[in-house]
Design a binder for this molecule. Structure first.
Ligand code: 3PG
Length: 212
């Protein structure tokens, strides 16, 4: 596993961020850092994503910032140019995966079946996203998939929150869990960054409690 993945494993939880206004990027990044999770998956499903990522990467170079919901090579290029240190996609798109890896940037495509995992192994990946985690069988499914694919680690996202994240974190084949619960869209819209920081702090505390 790369040093960056090791750092993400230490952080344990990666906030999934959907920003509609790039003006929210810096106040949010500041709270993520202060709350103890200096990382984020900024999803490229809004027009503001690229600019938000660019601002966060410039102001907080110590953060591990990735781009999520990257569906095309063009989006991947824009994300990497904006400062993304890793690229995430909901599914495994061979064209996008090959493109990103050729640029020397880590890629974690989403998988939820053995066939998709074997497609990921064709790219020599040792970490994949497991998505959508809870609807696809959750931790039980990850453990079943992990058995034959020794050496493969998972980043589950989808349906994970403060009530079930502990179970995922206890399993050592999980690098980190992704989740949107800390950066709630309504809280961002209303500028309630104190509340966001409290949720981030609570999440960081859960990781500490489980992983030490
Ligand atoms: C995503 O939007 O990439 C994930 O589905 C986030 O899942 P969550 O909203 O259930 O945390």
């Amino acid at each position: 596993m790369t040093e960056m993945m090791q750092r993400l494993k230490t952080l344990g939880i990666v906030p999934v961020v959907v920003l509609n206004d790039a003006e929210d990027a810096l106040p949010l990044a500041e709270r993520l850092v202060k709350g103890g999770l200096p990382c984020a998956e900024v999803t490229f499903r809004t027009a503001a994503a690229e600019e938000a990522l660019r601002r966060m990467a410039k102001a907080f170079p110590e953060m591990i910032l990735g781009a999520g919901t990257v569906l095309t090579t063009e989006q991947a290029d824009r994300a990497i140019d904006a400062g993304a240190k890793f690229i995430v996609s909901p599914g495994l798109n061979p064209k996008v995966t090959e493109h990103v890896l050729k640029k020397g940037v880590p890629m974690t495509p989403g998988v939820c079946t053995p066939t998709e995992i074997e497609a990921a192994l064709q790219f020599d990946l040792d970490v994949v996203k497991f998505f959508p985690a809870e609807p696809s069988g959750g931790l039980k499914m990850i453990k079943a998939l992990a058995a034959p694919y020794v050496g493969l680690s998972f980043m589950p996202t989808g349906g994970i929150g403060p009530d079930n994240v502990r179970d995922y974190l206890r399993y050592d084949r999980i690098v980190a869990c992704g989740g949107s619960w800390m950066v709630n869209g309504a809280l961002v819209k209303e500028g309630k960054f104190d509340e966001i920081e409290a949720l981030v702090r609570e999440a960081a505390q859960i990781v500490k409690e489980i992983r030490g």
